[in-house]
Design a binder for this molecule. Structure first.
Ligand code: BEZ
Ligand code: FE
Length: 291
């Protein structure tokens, strides 16, 4: 070791990263060098006491202990710190005009049933009825045939079926639809409501101490898949939701705001097959070509 290789407060990051010079995994070394540089810079800025550093380690330990097959507290930590949305943005740079992506979230179920176009995904008839419709288009405005549309949403109380097993029917408010040559889609559901991200763990406690709420504004989730196009993972949001400007996970984008119009005209109610006023949401998506 040279005289300059001793660890000091000033050269701490360089001493650590220089140890990775013989790394067998170049990408790992690149990632760890960057993490170490930024972590050391943060520690130098924060100047934590020994107690504060132990508190940080206790917090991360609790985040780990909170994780199981159904609960991923580290993903929630990534969500509320904006990292999930940043990784999403970096990996989904879309050409102008293409619909934008947002976070997948933890409540997608891969084997939801494929349903005839127009089906009602609300299996328990709770809440305000809603009709959602639109078209899936390419960048030139032409309809896309055979798009697999996977949709899921929380119920009128803000819970997904998987959070209320036994209370909601299995696969409530989920469905897979496939477009025909005209690229159009429509299905029935229930007007969604804002809901808190799971906040009974260390991430929820952190939000409380930061004076932040855990709520996500009302939204519908979509995954759109079609041959020759980039898969789009996204939501549409209710612009009138009280949390539209303060989503706990930063998932809202202007282009993802849809209008939830209350339809109370009896003729339209009857034509849509409802027995009471309903909300109508019209939203088109534009898929980017596969690169
Ligand atoms: C969701 O929208 O389902 C979601 C996204 C991030 C964290 C929790 C829930
Ligand atoms: Fe959601």
């Amino acid at each position: 070791m040279t005289e300059t290789g001793y660890f000091t407060e000033e050269n701490s990051a360089e001493v650590v990263t220089s140890r990775n010079a013989d790394a067998k995994d170049a990408r790992l070394a690149e990632v760890m060098d960057s993490v170490v540089r930024h972590l050391h810079a943060a520690v130098k800025e924060i100047e934590p006491t020994q107690e504060e550093w132990f508190e940080a380690i206790r917090f991360l330990t609790e985040v780990g202990h909170m994780c199981n097959d159904w609960r991923q507290e580290f993903i929630l930590l990534s969500d509320v710190t904006g990292v999930s949305m940043l990784v999403d943005a970096i990996n989904n740079r879309k050409p102008t005009g293409a619909s934008e992506s947002t976070v997948l979230g933890p409540f997608h179920v891969p084997d939801a049933p494929e349903l005839p176009m127009g089906s009602d995904i609300c299996l328990d008839q709770k809440g305000d009825p809603m009709l959602v419709k639109g078209r899936i288009l390419d960048a030139s405005g032409a309809p896309i045939n055979a798009v697999k549309i996977d949709v899921w949403q929380a119920n009128d109380e803000g819970f997904y079926d998987v959070q209320q097993k036994g209370l909601q029917p299995d696969f409530n408010l989920r469905g897979v639809f496939r477009t025909g040559p005209d690229g159009s889609y429509h299905f029935k559901g229930v007007k969604p409501k804002f809901y808190p991200i799971p906040d009974d763990g260390p991430v929820g406690q952190m939000l409380t101490r930061l004076g932040r709420h855990p709520y996500r504004p009302a939204h519908l989730h979509y995954i759109l898949e079609a041959d020759g196009f980039e898969t789009l993972i996204t939501h549409i949001f209710d612009p009138d939701d009280p949390y539209i400007h303060s989503d706990a996970v930063f998932g809202v984008k202007k282009s993802l705001l849809a209008k939830f119009d209350l339809i109370d005209d009896p003729a339209r109610i009857a034509a849509a097959g409802f027995d009471r006023p309903y909300y109508e949401v019209v939203h088109d998506f534009v898929l980017a070509p596969e690169t």
